[in-house]
Design a protein around this ligand. Structure first.
Ligand SMILES: [Cu+2]
Length: 291
């Protein structure tokens, strides 16, 4: 061998170099955000159609999965783009707002009027819920579609009102869900879409979600109308229960499970027992006084 042999690197050392190079590349790359989240009340298309939603069998979800070339959406919490930094309208083209232009979610952009829908009361105070699998810091901005919105036309940026009707920075997380209380847009009726943008401050990501809703006019009678939503089945009865549909009403926030009548009854029974005992004590006291 001649002098050039000194450049020869024995195979085990080459492997070591390669491993070091890979390790450096991995460490140098920005850490990808772990999971993530999606609106569950009003439920987003992806949360409703995903593996943790209960609408994946609906016609809309089936069509959306097919159009995305997917069997299922286990990654229902992962609709995000890096480094948008508030330039949403520049980065995401019209017609692709619901997928944020990401191919594996493309079917979410299908213009149809039978997406799983949440019924809301226009102008009411509402407890918005955004499930989080791993929390991030950031700001949620919720936009509603303008009057005259057509669910059967591709959704364009110009279909949204220019300003969010709700903007919340770092809301509290309870039971794995961001909770935001706010006023629903007033003067809305019929089918609309709520577009949620969650721009992280603790990661480079922004999350995008489309939630289909139907606004009812506020009831003129019925004071104390609770600001709850019912996620109704889109086309068929067995379909559209979102994760949110199982959430307890605001009065029972401490309890993540629905308060069933079988659990309420013992409470009532206990209350009755207390009243009986108090009544008996009172009767005894009265008797003593009379003596
Ligand atoms: Cu994440």
């Amino acid at each position: 061998m001649n002098g050039r042999a000194c450049a020869y690197v024995p195979p085990p050392v080459k492997v070591l170099y390669a491993l070091v190079a890979v390790a450096v590349a991995v460490l140098a790359a920005p850490a990808p955000a772990q999971a993530h989240g999606a609106p569950t009340n009003p439920v987003s298309r992806l949360a409703a159609c995903g593996t943790e939603g209960t609408s994946s069998g609906s016609a809309a979800c089936k069509a959306a999965l097919a159009a995305s070339g997917r069997q299922q959406w286990a990654d229902w919490d992962n609709l995000r783009l890096p480094d948008v930094a508030g330039r949403d309208r520049e980065v995401i083209p019209d017609g692709k707002l619901c997928s944020a232009g990401i191919d594996r979610y493309a079917g979410l952009d299908l213009p149809r009027a039978d997406w799983p829908v949440t019924r809301l009361t226009s102008g009411a105070t509402f407890a918005f819920a955004y499930r989080t699998t791993i929390p991030h810091e950031g700001t949620f901005k919720l936009y509603v579609t303008r009057d005259g919105y057509d669910p059967k036309a591709p959704l364009a940026w110009s279909d949204l009102e220019s300003k969010p009707f709700l903007s919340v920075e770092d809301p509290a997380v309870r039971d794995g869900t961001y909770r935001m209380t706010g006023k629903l847009p007033a003067g809305k009726s019929g089918r609309h879409l709520i577009y949620t943008i969650w721009q992280n401050s603790s990661t480079p990501d922004t999350y995008y979600s489309c939630s289909d809703v139907i606004f009812a006019a506020p009831a003129t009678k019925a004071p104390e109308q609770p600001a709850t939503a019912t996620t109704t089945p889109a086309p068929k009865p067995a379909v559209a229960q979102a994760p949110s549909a199982t959430e307890a009403p605001p009065a029972a926030k401490a309890n993540p499970e629905p308060v069933s009548s079988t659990r309420v009854l013992p409470l009532i029974g206990g209350g009755a027992a207390v009243i009986v005992v108090l009544g008996a004590l009172y009767a005894i006291l009265l008797r003593r006084k009379r003596r």
